[in-house]
Design a protein. Structure first.
Length: 140
């Protein structure tokens, strides 16, 4: 008889428990890490400001910026694509998809037909930003 009472109590307890609702499936840990990494960028270091010298403003570079989401900047002579990409991402907090580098050769000129001079060469980089990313080079 004691066993029958125990079984009845167990059956009542099972019947009284509400059905567990399953929570919506969460994203996997790998996906969460990718999202967090995409949002976070490291703080810029002093070397980053030595790599990227200044923006290179011409009509063509402005058209590239508006139409193709590309930014043109002057960079240090010894900088490579990886350094430029890392520096750009840290300084402007944007995702960079591609970097193209061009060495502009210095030119000799005459000034006023009499005085010879030279225009120094420099290295410039055309940085392609990821879709949905944008920067403002003309902040006040």
């Amino acid at each position: 008889m004691a066993e029958e009472i125990k079984e009845a109590v167990v059956e009542e307890a099972v019947a009284e428990k509400p059905a567990k609702k399953r929570a919506p499936k969460k994203a996997s840990k790998k996906e969460e890490k990718k999202v967090e990494e995409a949002k976070k960028f490291a703080a810029p270091i002093e070397h980053d400001f030595e790599v990227i010298v200044e923006p290179f403003i011409t009509e063509k570079s402005m058209a590239l910026m508006q139409n193709a989401n590309k930014v043109t900047v002057k960079v240090a002579k010894g900088a490579n694509k990886i350094e430029i990409k890392d520096a750009f991402e840290r300084i402007f907090q944007v995702k960079v998809t591609a970097v193209k580098v061009v060495n502009q050769v210095g030119k000799t000129t005459t000034r006023g037909g009499r005085y010879r001079g030279s225009i120094p060469g420099f290295k410039k980089a055309i940085v392609t930003l990821a879709d949905g990313e944008a920067i403002d080079l003309f902040k006040e």
